[in-house]
Write a protein that binds this ligand. Structure first.
Ligand code: AGP
Length: 591
């Protein structure tokens, strides 16, 4: 779960490498480093910390023939300088950066120890560097050594490789981790995603699994097994990849407040005023399936829970599974199952693993991602895009609302009900009303700072809101938070309640209004504090917030929108890094 960048061709690499790494630090920010090769030899600068720390340490000019950079989310080995990338092989012949995890690193390590290799750090990457060097000594060149490496490595890797004797080349290899090449003028580039390359080119090539090759300043060679493969150029929507704060103090706040515009855009993207704009074969597949299985992780899993409700409403059997569970014990039921894979990044490793199983079986799968050209998007039968723009903050916000809104539009298309678009336009107004009251949410957040345990409850749609609200709170504020169905409180969790516990109860459903209020009362009786978030229909004096009216089937969106602000303000008052919470990375590209 790291970000890599690289370039080849004579020039100053300072901005390309360091700005590139800044744009990739959503992939990890435990340590960072760059290597540059010039007349003076190979120079590497590394820090334990973020790319900002690296920028302070690196010289203002990084002139050279070839350069690579890396921002790390530690998997094998703690964040230390020895474990930070770029990593140099024992005889200093290769320098590499790696995104991924090597599963058979122990057996390779043993082999290399037998061959007299020694290791400075604890990373699987150092094993790759040394194995490559070892293979090179038993091959007729670097490409053959990389081919041998690919045959031996199990796991995932996107690799950028410098060979000390060939500073006019930048080698690469890829499996199960993203890698994109950018064709520039007098320079060629590679990176984990297109964003670092946008200022340098608009010609991109996605590298497929098990492909390898090299770049020079004027050429790009890609191979699969023994054959050179033709280059397929693609373009990227630069507008949707922009990473700018636009005056906001954090990406999370900016991204929350982009939500209304994104929902409006989804309406116009998927409905042209007279008909829905989904492919006919996608709608046919959905209509004919008897079972819809959702797979996803984290926030996207919570959007899937809403998707299950939609599919059951359509009369389909439907379940949502956390991808990391399903990947090992695939549950497939029904005569004609169809899979919906939801992922903001489209690169979540656990979900990629599920998709491989699904594709091996030959089942239809629809991807719902925010990242065109991502692994999951590319491998799906039908692709649906959120077009929500780059989500930078580790805490996913706008993507959740867009995922649910898109699923709602999809149901509208299946049933040919155009009023879903009107309902979503009302939702946009409702979200803007919540934004207008964000100072009130801030006041609630300030009260929550007094507690060291937060419980979130709800029933039905409100339970989905409670789960997502809880994830957001724990992820960026580090306050211990748990979410339960309202009725489950008295079956165990209530034992934990004391005067340092606060209960945030989502209560927007008339049917469960009385039951949730009873659950809250039970907590209050045991000296816990209660914060009831209700809707206009069931509001009572004493409730901390009233969510504006929207159609019941989309009311999870305003409830979650409120909770995103709530977590944001708590984190802000705690003074923690909102966009980059500790121990996390935006894109979870390892199992
Ligand atoms: C959300 O706030 C989290 N950072 C995380 O749970 C995220 O939703 C999860 O990793 C799934 O990511 P994806 O949507 O990119 O697959």
């Amino acid at each position: 779960m790291c970000g890599i960048v690289g370039g080849v061709g004579k020039g100053n690499y300072h901005d390309f490498l360091l700005n590139g790494l800044s744009s990739l630090d959503y992939r990890g920010y435990d340590s960072a480093g760059v290597t540059i090769v010039n007349e003076g030899g190979i120079k590497t600068y590394k820090v334990v910390g973020t790319v900002e720390d690296l920028i302070k340490k690196a010289p203002e000019e990084l002139n050279g023939f070839v350069g690579i950079g890396h921002t790390r989310w530690a998997t094998h080995g703690t964040p230390t300088l020895n474990n930070a990338h770029p990593i140099v092989s024992m005889h200093k012949e290769f320098v590499i950066v790696h995104n991924g995890v090597i599963e058979n690193f122990l057996s390779l390590r043993t082999k290399l120890l037998e061959e007299g290799y020694a290791f400075k750090g604890e990373t699987d990457t150092e094993i790759i560097a040394n194995y490559l060097e070892y293979s090179y000594h038993h091959s007729d060149g670097v490409l053959t050594a990389i081919k041998k490496l690919i045959l031996r490595l199990r796991g995932s890797y996107a690799l950028a490789i410098i060979h000390a004797k060939e500073p006019d080349k930048l080698y690469f290899a890829k499996k199960n981790s993203p890698l994109i090449i950018g064709e520039g003028q007098g320079m060629n580039y590679l990176a984990s995603d297109a964003v670092p390359l946008l200022s340098y080119t608009d010609k991109f090539i996605d590298i497929d699994d098990l492909q390898y090759g090299f770049l020079t300043s004027s050429d790009i060679k890609i191979f699969y097994k023994n054959d050179e493969v033709p280059k397929h150029y693609i373009t990227k929507n630069v507008e949707l990849l922009k990473k700018e704060l636009n005056g906001y103090e954090s990406y999370m706040l900016k991204e929350i407040e982009e939500t209304p515009a994104i929902i409006s855009r989804l309406c116009t993207n998927y409905f042209d005023g007279t008909e829905f704009k989904f492919s006919k074969s996608l709608i046919r597949s959905l209509k004919s399936a008897d079972t819809i299985i959702f797979l996803s992780c984290g926030t996207s899993y919570h959007a899937s829970l809403e998707g299950v409700r939609y599919m059951r409403y359509l009369g389909k059997a439907s379940e949502a599974y956390v991808a990391s569970e399903w990947a090992y014990e695939p549950v497939i039921f029904g005569k004609k199952p169809l899979f919906i894979l939801i992922s903001q990044s489209g690169e979540t490793a656990d979900l990629i693993k599920c998709q491989k199983v699904i594709n091996d079986y030959g089942f239809i799968n629809i991807s719902v991602t925010n990242t065109p050209g991502s692994s999951i998007d590319r491998e799906s039968t039908h692709s649906l895009l959120l077009n929500a723009g780059l989500e930078v903050s580790v805490a996913s916000t706008k993507a959740f609302s867009a995922q649910v809104a898109l699923l709602a539009i999809l149901v509208g298309a299946i049933e040919n009900r155009f009023n879903v678009i009107d309902h979503l336009r009302t939702l946009v107004d409702a979200l803007e009303k919540i934004t207008a009251q964000k100072e009130n949410i801030d006041l609630i957040a300030q009260k929550l700072l007094n507690y060291n345990l937060l419980f979130f409850i709800g029933r039905g749609n409100d339970l989905i809101a409670a789960k997502e609200a809880c994830l957001k709170m724990k992820e960026i504020t580090y306050i211990h938070s748990e979410a339960f169905p309202g009725g489950e409180m008295k079956h165990g969790p209530i034992a934990l309640i004391d005067h340092k516990t606060a209960l945030i109860a989502f209560n927007c459903e008339s049917m469960t209004n009385a039951a949730i209020r009873n659950n809250a009362k039970e907590v209050e009786t045991r000296k816990g504090s209660i914060f009831i978030v209700s809707s206009e229909a069931v509001y009572r004096g004493g409730d901390v917030f009233s969510l504006p009216y929207v159609k019941p089937y989309i009311k999870v969106i305003p409830a979650v929108y409120f909770s995103q602000y709530l977590a944001y303000f708590v984190a802000k008052h705690k003074g923690v890094n909102i966009d980059k919470p500790r121990n996390l990375a935006k894109s979870v590209t390892v199992e």
